[in-house]
Design a protein around this ligand. Structure first.
Ligand SMILES: O=P(O)(O)O[C@H]1O[C@H](CO)[C@@H](O)[C@H]1O
Ligand SMILES: O=c1cc[nH]c(=O)[nH]1
Length: 319
C-alpha cells in the first residue's frame, strides 16, 4: 500500500481567499455544482455569496433550516418564524440557507455525503471570492464517559483505530490528511459556552466512524460479531486515547478545512453515554433540547465576531 501525505499541497489558486488545489478547474470555463443545482454560468456567485464569513453545516436539513431561522432572529435580520428559502431547491441532495454573512448547509450522513457537499461548497466560496471564512459543523454524537446533553468541541478527529488523520483512496493509493481542528476557534467557542452557562461543554478528541452500528461498537445493529465485553473494551480504549464522543463526518470535515484554508470547528452534542447503552431512548423533546445546544453556542460565537468586526479599531480590518 502506498501512502502519500498531502499536507504540503500547494494551492493552484487562492489570492488571500480560499485555497483550491486543482489546475484543471482553473482552466474550466464553466463550473456546475451538480448537487447544489448551481452553476457559474447560470448564477452570479459573487453577488449571491460574496459576503459569506461563516458556514455552518449539519446532517439534517430541518436542523439547518431551524438554525438559520434562529440566526436571523439573533442577528436582527428577521423572526424565527419567518420562512427562509432553500437556495438548493432544484435538488433534494442538500439544503442551503443564507442569513446575512452566514450560510447554513445540510450534509446528510457519513463521510461520502459530507465530502461531496464540501467539494462543492469550497468551490462555491472560491467562485464567490470569499475570504477569511470560518466553517463549523453543528451535530449530534454518542458520548463516551460524558453526561448526555454535554457538548464536545473537537480537538482532533481520530479514526476508528484512534489515528489522528483521514485516509482516502485516490487512484488506488492511500492519501493521508491531518484532522486537527482550529485551536483558537475551539477556545473561543468554549468561552461562549461559559458565557451561556446552560450546559456542560468540553474540548476533546472525537472518533469519526463510517457506520453508526458495528462501526461504533453497538450491540443493536442487524449484525454483530463481538461480545459485550469486547465492545466495552473497545470503548474504554477509545476513552483512554482521549476520545469523548463518536460521530461520522468530523475527519473529512477537518481535513477539507485545512486543505481549503478555512478555520474549522466541530461542535456536537452527546445524545447518550455509550458506556451505559446503545439505544437512544430520550424523548423527542429532550433530544430537541440537546440538538439546539451546539446551535446556541455557535450563534453566540458568530454574534460576538460580527460585533467585534464593527468596533472602530477593527472597521478597516476584515471580519
Ligand atoms: O447529527 P448529525 O449532524 O446528522 O451527525 C450525526 O448523526 C448521524 C447518525 O445519527 C451521523 O451523521 C452522525 O455524524
Ligand atoms: O451514538 C451516536 C449518536 C449520534 N450520532 C452518532 O454518530 N452516534
Amino acid at each position: 500500500m502506498e501512502y502519500k501525505q498531502t499536507n504540503d499541497e500547494k494551492p493552484t489558486s487562492s489570492k488571500d481567499g480560499l485555497h483550491i488545489s486543482n489546475r484543471h478547474l482553473v482552466s474550466q470555463k464553466e463550473d456546475i455544482l451538480y448537487h447544489f443545482d448551481l452553476g457559474t454560468s447560470t448564477h452570479d456567485f459573487v453577488a449571491m455569496f460574496g459576503d459569506i464569513k461563516f458556514v455552518c453545516v449539519g446532517g439534517s436539513r430541518w436542523r439547518m433550516k431551524a438554525f438559520s431561522q434562529h440566526m436571523a432572529e439573533m442577528l436582527g435580520l428577521g423572526n424565527a418564524t419567518d420562512d427562509i428559502p432553500n437556495i438548493c431547491e432544484g435538488t433534494d441532495r442538500y439544503n442551503m440557507y443564507k442569513v446575512g454573512p452566514v450560510l447554513a448547509v445540510s450534509h446528510g450522513m457519513g463521510i461520502p455525503s459530507i465530502s461531496i457537499m464540501l467539494h462543492e461548497l469550497i468551490k462555491l466560496l472560491y467562485h464567490a471570492k470569499c475570504f477569511d471564512v470560518t466553517a463549523i459543523r453543528i451535530g449530534t454524537s454518542g458520548g463516551i464517559g460524558v453526561e448526555p446533553g454535554s457538548v464536545v468541541i473537537t480537538r482532533t478527529s481520530l479514526d476508528a483505530s484512534f489515528k489522528p488523520y483521514f485516509e482516502m483512496n485516490v487512484l488506488g493509493k492511500t492519501m493521508i490528511h491531518s484532522t486537527q481542528l482550529h485551536t483558537c476557534l475551539g477556545q473561543e467557542l468554549l468561552k461562549c459556552s461559559k458565557e451561556i452557562n446552560e450546559f456542560p461543554t468540553l474540548i476533546a478528541d472525537t472518533m469519526c466512524t463510517s457506520d453508526f452500528y458495528e462501526g461504533q461498537a453497538r450491540l443493536d445493529g442487524a449484525f454483530c460479531t463481538y461480545t459485550e465485553e469486547e465492545k466495552m473494551e473497545y470503548l474504554q480504549s477509545a476513552h483512554a486515547a482521549g476520545v469523548r464522543n463518536i460521530e461520522m463526518e468530523s475527519s473529512v470535515f477537518a481535513a477539507m478545512c485545512i486543505r481549503s484554508g478555512m478555520k474549522g470547528a466541530v461542535v456536537c452534542v452527546c445524545l447518550l453515554d455509550r458506556l451505559k447503552g446503545d439505544q437512544i431512548t430520550s424523548s423527542h423533546q429532550v433530544l430537541n433540547d440537546y440538538q439546539i445546544r451546539p446551535q446556541k453556542l455557535v450563534t453566540c460565537f458568530i454574534k460576538k465576531q460580527l460585533k467585534k468586526a464593527l468596533e472602530p479599531q477593527n472597521l478597516s480590518n476584515r471580519v
